[in-house]
Design a protein around this ligand. Structure first.
Ligand code: ADP
Length: 222
């Protein structure tokens, strides 16, 4: 799914006034492409990902993801876009601790509208794909950080997203787990034909994709 961003400008209202976070950012990613967004903390990387993934409504500029124009999408329409198109992976995993790995992945299938049998099958398939078939009944606290992130990646794929967005996916992992998680994302991108955008401030990870863009204080600097 191709991404085309033009003139993306974003501000947050805070108690101290308006904070300009993204300033006239352009970005193109080919369908099935793989891009890193790098830059120092506070550069606007997460905000860019949030607008692209429909977590944050588009304010100024144009963002097209495949045939979907995000301008004007709000509330339920934005939620429908997320459900049909986007899988998210976050630094802090975001798994529900009371649920097993399989239940966490199945829950995402429920939200995506899959029926019981199908979502159980899909959860089993996805846990197998991330190498955790034998840990399906484990709860997050029984898993290592790298394993938790693998479950979160399986969950992100439950709705068959064509756009996979990962925000510092290795930020909480040791180096060996970080490499294996990024390699997993890269493999799954190819296997599932997703477009993959990874936000990272890790230089080595930022250098892996064929395309890497850098933000600094809300502006694209490379
Ligand atoms: P990065 O991911 O590059 O660290 P962010 O996009 O998270 O950058 O944040 C950019 C700036 O916007 C920071 O100054 C941050 O404090 C601010 N910010 C992020 N989210 C919000 C929000 N919801 N409300 C107000 N300010 C925010």
């Amino acid at each position: 799914m191709a991404i085309s961003i033009r003139g993306l400008t974003h501000r947050y209202r805070t108690s101290e006034g308006t904070l300009a976070v993204l300033d006239d950012v352009d970005l193109d990613v080919a369908a099935g492409g793989y891009t890193a967004v790098t830059g120092p903390s506070g550069a606007g990387k997460s905000t860019l990902l949030s607008v692209l993934g429909g977590l944050e409504p588009l304010q100024v500029g144009t963002v097209a993801v495949g045939d979907t124009d995000l301008a004007g999408l709000r509330g339920d329409d934005l939620a429908a876009y997320r459900r049909s198109t986007v899988g998210f992976v976050f630094q802090h995993f975001g798994l529900l601790e009371a649920m097993t790995a399989a239940e966490n992945v199945e829950l995402a299938g429920t939200l995506a509208g899959l029926r019981a049998g199908e979502r159980q099958r899909r959860a089993a398939d996805l846990l197998e794909a991330v190498g955790l078939a034998d840990r399906a009944d484990h709860r997050p606290l029984q898993l290592s950080g790298g394993e938790r992130q693998r479950v979160a990646i399986a969950r992100a794929l439950a709705n068959r997203p064509r756009l996979l967005l990962a925000d510092e996916p290795t930020g909480n992992l040791d180096e060996a787990s970080a490499i294996s998680v990024i390699e997993l994302l890269e493999r799954l991108r190819t296997a599932h034909g997703c477009t993959l955008v990874v936000v990272t401030h890790n230089r080595a990870l930022g250098a892996r994709p064929p395309q890497s863009v850098a933000l600094d204080r809300g502006r694209r600097v490379s």
